[in-house]
Design a protein around this ligand. Structure first.
Ligand SMILES: NC(=O)c1ccc[n+]([C@@H]2O[C@H](COP(=O)([O-])OP(=O)(O)OC[C@H]3O[C@@H](n4cnc5c(N)ncnc54)[C@H](OP(=O)(O)O)[C@@H]3O)[C@@H](O)[C@H]2O)c1
Length: 262
């Protein structure tokens, strides 16, 4: 079992879904946590549940704000290092998905998707790397199966996840001489609030979301959707010393779904 005692892990988008599951996973393994989210109530609840996993409440620092705001990104990194004295792992998890055909996407939806899914991980990594160099730490980007596979009703999202996969590999090459590793976890479908966010064509259409999720589960060789725990285990592995010889890796965690797609 990976041990993160004494390690500082920053997880973006920890107030929901996969980020929440990842925060709980690292808490169970003794990490000190810096967690970001916009929804204060939900982020506080996640922090409380992390603390119930056995780490002191003082080992958890919450950062409330929008990651597309440069001042918030800078404050998040600076305040994390000021509190804990170091940074070992950056998990670039926050992301969004507007389901729908590319030709129906508005310019605003395009910009929001590309900003959060690609530009934010790039800019946050830029701020984090000087600290990761000191700890020989690592970055885990959360991309998607859809970054590697052509998928209907997700064109712009696919593009926004293909770019980080290339970024992961290029940055891994750049940072290898400094012993900073960079990897990616690319989940298949996991039931989270991602599918029902404001502005999505599926927002409020619970029946359609359930049908979509059932279709995805049926099309998955292992016969089920992923869980936040499945994804957190993979993130935990790549972030750990057990993966000290792994960098530039794009790890599909999708129940074998990629085997069925072009
Ligand atoms: N669920 C899946 O099937 C799936 C599959 C493949 C990849 N992924 C990827 O996994 C990651 C997490 O997805 P999820 O399913 O856990 O989604 P989610 O439940 O919708 O959570 C998204 C998280 O990102 C945060 N966030 C959104 N916009 C933000 C912004 N502008 N600034 C700061 N934080 C922001 C949200 O914060 P608030 O809630 O506080 O606003 C939330 O914590 C994403 O990168 C997604 O693309 C998900």
């Amino acid at each position: 079992m990976a041990n993160f005692v004494g390690r500082v892990v920053l997880i973006t988008g920890a107030s929901s879904g996969l980020g929440e599951g990842t925060a709980l996973h690292f808490a169970k393994h003794g990490a000190k946590l810096a967690l970001t989210g916009r929804d204060r109530t939900r982020l506080d609840d996640v922090a409380k549940r992390c603390s119930n996993c056995g780490i002191p409440a003082d080992d958890i620092r919450t950062h409330y704000g929008d990651l597309t705001d440069a001042a918030f990104r800078t404050a998040t990194i600076e305040n994390t290092v000021a509190k804990f004295g170091r940074l070992d792992v950056l998990v670039n998890n926050a992301g969004l998905f507007f389901p729908g055909e590319s030709m129906g996407m508005s310019e605003t939806q395009y910009d929001q998707t590309m900003d959060l899914n690609m530009k934010v991980p790039f800019l946050l990594s830029q701020l984090a790397v000087p600290h990761l160099e000191k700890t020989q730490g690592n970055i885990v980007n959360i991309s998607s199966l859809f970054g590697a596979k052509v998928t209907p009703m997700a064109g712009i999202y696919c593009v926004s996840k293909a770019a980080p996969d290339m970024f992961t590999q290029c940055l891994a090459l750049e940072l290898a001489p400094k012993k900073v590793r960079v990897n990616s976890v690319n989940p298949g479908t996991v039931q989270t609030p991602l599918f029902d966010r404001e502005g999505s064509v599926l927002h409020g259409k619970d029946d359609e979301i359930q049908k979509l999720l059932e279709a995805q589960a049926n099309a998955t060789p292992l016969g089920r959707l992923g869980t936040p725990q499945d994804i957190a285990e993979a993130i935990g592995y790549l972030a750990s010393d057990a993966a000290s010889y792994v960098t530039g890796q794009i790890l599909l965690v999708d129940g074998g779904r990629h085997c069925t797609l072009k």
